[in-house]
Ligand binder design. Structure first.
Ligand code: F6P
Length: 336
């Protein structure tokens, strides 16, 4: 049996651990030949496909990024009202020429959508959810999220000393696209006093009152964690907008930090390595059992899978009644 594997969308820690999980299980346990497809779906268009060997898989478990490279190529993206049939046919003929019986697609929301469309053409597909944003519907957690939260939490920890030394308000912007998972989890883990996420409205007066009340309680500094996707005015970046508003509202000296791509770099946490390994292995089991066109998922503490067509086009956002929000409010943390 020959299968292909590709990584698509934003990179994150844990992708290489997933490639290792799929390939070592497939090669060592089932004698499957695994072909790496370079630069996401673009590798299917450009026929950039190469056999992966044990040698190509060594040292992957703790390596950041993806050895296959990635892209945000969307081959089914319509030009006007029609899909570019030449692109689709090129992909399908390259898959056929390589004799690939299944394509394993590792990626976030965009990848799941493209994988579902590829499955509709008759190609067998298995997808694995990957994103630091943790916003892929159908799985409790995506690998990459824990690593990003760990990086962001460390950064927030470091802001406390400079905030208290200068009696300043420090605003840190974390990634997450349209979801607030990274801000919520790193904000709570890093002791944020104010945490702003796209899923919850905020009022700058509430934020100002929280900061002034802290001053009255002898804490002339505050840590504000904002998700990049919160509403701002004049298309301003989240941290800059909130820092300006706070300085205007309270008179406090305020500084902002945009954590950016650091959240996507470096070695995966142990949690992400094991989640990646488990998901990669489960993908191979689905292939062996010919249970195609499914996305591997974490359901509670169990690895499972759901039909791929159920995932495409959906976003997993932070619910208003998330227990960290409820608990945080009871502890006096301001969510806007
Ligand atoms: O999806 C991961 C992510 O890092 C988002 O959090 C962020 O908004 C986006 O990718 C950035 O996209 P790009 O890597 O194309 O700049």
């Amino acid at each position: 049996m020959k299968i292909g594997i590709l990584t698509s969308g934003g990179d994150c820690p844990g992708i290489n651990a997933t490639i290792r999980g799929v390939c070592k299980t497939a090669i060592n346990n089932y004698g499957i030949e695994v072909y790496g497809i370079h630069s996401g779906f673009r590798g299917l268009l450009d026929n950039e496909i190469e056999l992966l060997t044990d040698k190509s898989l060594s040292g992957l478990l703790n390596m950041g990024g993806t050895i296959l490279g990635t892209s945000r190529e969307k081959p089914f993206k319509k030009k006007g009202s029609t899909v570019d049939e030449d692109k689709v046919n090129t992909m399908l003929s390259n898959i056929e020429k390589a004799n690939l019986e299944c394509i394993v697609c590792i990626g976030g929301n965009g990848t799941q959508k493209t994988a579902a469309k590829l499955a509709e053409t008759g190609v067998n597909v298995i997808s694995i959810p990957k994103t630091i944003d943790n916003n892929v519907w159908g799985t409790d957690v995506s690998f990459g999220f824990d690593s990003a939260v760990t990086i962001a939490t460390d950064a927030i920890d470091r802001l406390h000393s400079t905030a208290s030394s200068h009696q300043r308000v420090m605003v840190i912007e974390v990634m997450g696209h349209k979801a607030g998972w990274i801000a919520l989890y790193s904000g709570m883990a890093g002791g944020g006093d104010i945490i702003l996420i796209p899923e919850l409205e905020y009022d700058i007066h509430n934020i100002g009152n929280t900061i002034m009340n802290r001053l009255k309680r002898g804490k002339p500094y505050s840590i504000v964690v904002v998700a990049e996707g919160i509403k701002t005015e004049n298309n301003m970046k989240a941290a800059q907008y909130i820092a300006n508003e706070i300085e205007y509202e309270t008179g406090f000296e305020t500084r902002e930090t945009v954590l950016g791509y650091i959240q996507r770099g470096g070695s995966p946490t142990a949690f992400d390595r094991n989640l990646a390994t488990r998901m990669g292995g489960h993908a191979t089991e689905l292939i062996i059992n010919k249970q195609f066109n499914r996305m591997v998922s974490l359901n509670g503490s169990d690895i499972s899978s759901i039909p791929l067509h159920e995932v495409a086009g959906k976003l997993r956002l932070v619910p208003q009644d998330n227990d960290l929000i409820i608990q945080g409010r009871k502890m006096g943390i301001c969510f806007g």
